[in-house]
Design a protein around this ligand. Structure first.
Ligand SMILES: Nc1ncnc2c1ncn2[C@@H]1O[C@H](COP(=O)(O)OP(=O)(O)O)[C@@H](O)[C@H]1O
Ligand SMILES: [Mg+2]
Length: 322
């Protein structure tokens, strides 16, 4: 029986593949036979889309079964529902809680005060991570499709602000417990990026921010990596514009591709070689963060359920066992 639920928090610049990597990581854990809860907090229903299921209610739903017999449950955490649940749990409000909702008080608390929102979202994560079925934890692992890199430290750290406000009492105990979970050895904050200048810089800044608050940085997942089918020598010749047009024409003809314009073909090859150089440059920038790095290929056919299995296989060795 595990001592505690593992918590994998996945952040990254928007559009780099946060949701894709979080879902793949959940599948990787299910492959290892784990019971996993995959949570999203941004109200985008990205998980439902990815697993091709109807929009997720504020209720845990099984969305997939891993090859190793584990299961993936999913939950879209909604701050308003979390607040009502919280009031019900702590104050047994029931109908009175619903009245608050009618008067717009729930709206007020969750949208006007952004810090409150984050307290509620992280509070729900904490509840799910510590929930027990009998003696054992209900879930072996929680995966959080978290806010983007620019907001992640503030989000994970919000309970330390609460702890600063409440010196004693149940709120202080709750916020201390949540901060303890965030900084526990079972918690890992993974950062998804692509090999481009802006996201890589954001990743480095994100890592520095997390470290300054003693939040546990996990693996940098480099997503959408485009490998080259060409050997290094070929790439070098393309970059140096040393590819002979007549040679290319002859090769294309031999391959039965004489309808391809050789000059265009070379230009495309040079652009490809250039992109590979840019990727390499960003790779060496990322190394300066001194964190484990896992690379995930760009999938030309897009990301469907089958792709999640494929990515899970990579993440299993590169992130979970690495
Ligand atoms: N490895 C990959 N190969 C190909 N397409 C990818 C890959 N990872 C993500 N994508 C695509 O990129 C887009 C953004 O991914 P998503 O996971 O939704 O990013 P985020 O959650 O960071 O906004 C989606 O269309 C997704 O299918
Ligand atoms: Mg997303």
């Amino acid at each position: 029986m595990p001592d505690s639920t593992q918590l994998h928090i996945v952040t990254g610049k928007g559009g780099t593949g946060k949701t894709t990597i979080a879902a793949s990581l959940a599948m990787a854990l299910a492959d290892k036979g784990k019971k996993v809860l995959l949570c999203e907090v941004e109200g985008r229903q990205g998980i439902a889309q990815l697993f091709d299921v109807p929009p997720l209610p504020y209720e845990e739903r099984k969305v997939a079964v891993g090859l190793g017999g584990g299961q993936v449950f999913a939950l879209a955490i909604d701050p308003e529902a979390a607040l009502l649940e919280y009031l019900q749990m702590y104050y047994k409000l029931g109908r009175a809680g619903r009245a608050l909702d009618r008067f717009g008080i729930i709206d007020f608390a969750t949208t006007i005060a952004p810090g409150v929102r984050d307290v509620l979202l992280t509070g729900k994560v904490y509840e799910a991570a510590r929930r027990r079925t009998g003696k054992a934890f209900t879930y072996d692992a929680l995966i959080l499709d978290a806010p983007p890199t620019g907001r992640i430290t503030r989000f994970l750290n919000v309970n330390s602000e609460v702890a600063g406000l409440a010196k004693v009492g149940p709120i202080r105990r709750q916020s201390d417990s949540i901060m303890k979970m965030m900084r526990a050895p079972e918690t890992h904050v993974h950062l998804v990026t692509v090999l481009e200048e802006m996201p890589v810089q954001e990743t480095l800044d994100g890592i520095a921010g997390l470290k300054s608050e003693r939040l546990p940085v996990g693996t940098v997942v480099v997503n959408q990596v485009r490998d080259s089918p060409l050997p290094e020598g070929g790439l070098d010749r393309l970059r140096a514009h040393k590819v002979v047009l007549a040679d290319v024409e002859r090769s294309l003809k031999k391959a039965g591709l004489s309808d391809i314009d050789a000059e265009d073909f070379v230009l495309e090859g040079e652009a490809h070689a250039q992109r590979q150089s840019l990727q390499d440059a960003q790779r060496s920038v990322l190394v300066t963060a001194d964190q484990p790095v896992a690379e995930v290929p760009y999938l030309t056919d897009g990301v469907d359920l089958g792709a999640l299995f494929e990515l899970a296989e990579i993440l299993k060795t590169e992130v979970l066992d690495g």
